[in-house]
Design a protein around this ligand. Structure first.
Ligand code: AMP
Ligand code: MG
Length: 342
């Protein structure tokens, strides 16, 4: 049997989890549309319907708190009170906002959770998506600054200092949700599970028999499910940010959903996708977006500065570049791409 025919299970829209035959599981996987995407969980060994239930309840709770699109989510309340008053929110939301602020600082504002006005202006992936005017982009950019978020942990409040500011946690909330699903699974005593929240993958434990999980990484130029390489991991998360996830085309040009906080347009720096492999999913999610916006040179420096963090950068010229430790996990399988070791 060759490497490819070993791969029998496809889980993800953007990433494919590969398992070997004989990896018997006690329950089928469960998928639901939540957090704006298809979320699939595979529990192995002692998985039970009750644990699936707890996980999906938790994912919905996170969505209800952190969605920028759901009217009356806690995040929406913070946004509506921008420039008016602080809003008391659940500690979960404070945790995620504080982690977002940590990465906003690390990425020097390339990642910025106050990107909301720009995200709303473009509305990429929704019925309202459109190419905005220069003046509208300038107005949205003037509202973006992570330093204008005031978090008061003691009071449990968040305040956006200027009217019309708007938080958007689309680049980090799914990572938090994957970590939370992982926490529930571990607390239930389950040692092996695969969580796929629309391409945010958390692979807990290892395959039965002790081999690592094999995760296919989406080919950014091909159909969903087609992968250009495989990562072999145990207890790791893989998160990809790419131009193929949400976009529209206008006048022959693609406009995707990862936006530059410098010029207000979809980031156009030669990258097609970037995948982060690390130990926790909230960080990997924030970083996948941060590294994409920062681009290869600065992104690689940031990734190399962090513990337990590797990244795979895929470029429009079909080259693939990695951080120094990534090849411990990653193998290129599609030879239309070329791996450049620099
Ligand atoms: P991801 O797929 O994790 O890279 O996240 C992309 C999502 O994050 C977008 O759909 C927006 O909601 C949001 N976003 C876009 N650009 C940025 C940015 N520069 N900083 C933070 N969040 C962003
Ligand atoms: Mg992200």
């Amino acid at each position: 049997m060759n490497r490819y025919s070993e791969i029998i299970a496809t889980l993800a829209l953007t990433l494919i989890i590969a398992t070997l035959p004989g990896c018997a599981k006690t329950l089928p996987s469960q998928s639901e549309f939540v957090l704006g995407t298809i979320c699939t969980v595979n529990l192995y060994d002692q998985g039970s319907p009750e644990v699936y239930h707890q996980i999906f309840d938790r994912l919905r709770e996170i969505e209800n708190r952190m969605s920028a699109n759901l009217e009356d989510s806690e995040l929406d309340q913070i946004n509506r009170m921008a420039g008016i008053r602080p809003v008391v929110v659940h500690p979960d939301l404070i945790d995620v906002i504080q982690r977002a602020l940590y990465f906003a600082e690390k990425a020097d504002g390339a990642f910025d959770p106050t990107v909301g006005p720009l995200v709303k202006l473009w509305s990429i992936g929704s019925d309202d998506e459109r190419l905005p005017g220069e003046d509208e982009i300038a107005a949205a950019l003037s509202l973006i600054n992570w330093r204008d978020i005031v978090v008061d942990r003691e009071q449990g409040t968040v305040f956006l200092e200027r009217p019309l500011m708007r938080l958007d946690l689309g680049a980090i909330a799914k990572g938090y949700a994957a970590d939370e699903a992982g926490r529930i699974i571990r607390a239930a005593g389950i040692k092996r599970a695969l969580i796929d929240l629309g391409g945010n993958i958390l692979a807990l434990g290892e395959k039965k028999g002790g081999a690592p999980w094999r995760v296919g990484i989406q080919n950014p130029l091909d159909n969903r499910g087609a992968y250009f390489g495989i990562a072999e991991v145990r207890d790791k998360t893989l998160v990809t940010s790419g131009i193929y996830e949400r976009f529209f085309e206008y006048d022959g040009k693609r406009y995707h959903h990862i936006l530059s906080t410098q010029d207000g347009y979809p980031v156009d720096n030669g990258l097609l996708s970037i995948t982060v492999i690390s130990g926790n999913s909230i960080d990997a999610d924030a970083l996948s977006t941060s590294l994409f916006v920062l681009g290869y040179e600065q992104g690689k420096i940031l990734a190399e500065s962090l513990d337990d963090t590797e990244a795979i950068f895929v470029f429009t010229d079909m080259s693939v570049h990695c951080t120094s430790g990534a090849l411990e996990y990653f193998t290129l399988t599609d030879t239309t791409f070329s791996l450049i070791q620099d």
